[in-house]
Write a protein that binds this ligand. Sequence first.
Ligand SMILES: [Zn+2]
Length: 57
Amino acid sequence: MSKACPICDKPADPAYRPFCSKRCADVDLQRWLTGGYAIPAVEGDDDGEERRVSDDV
Ligand SMILES: [Zn+2]
């Protein structure tokens, strides 16, 4: 029913899901704030170039 906490792998608490406690939720939040997760940049300018290559072949 409840998933394991992604931080410490303990059973998640419904009140803090998907984490097992507020501490683990805070740990995850800190990872976001400190850049632990990389946010992929959207490269719209390169899209046209890729199409041109495909059309040439
Ligand atoms: Zn946890």
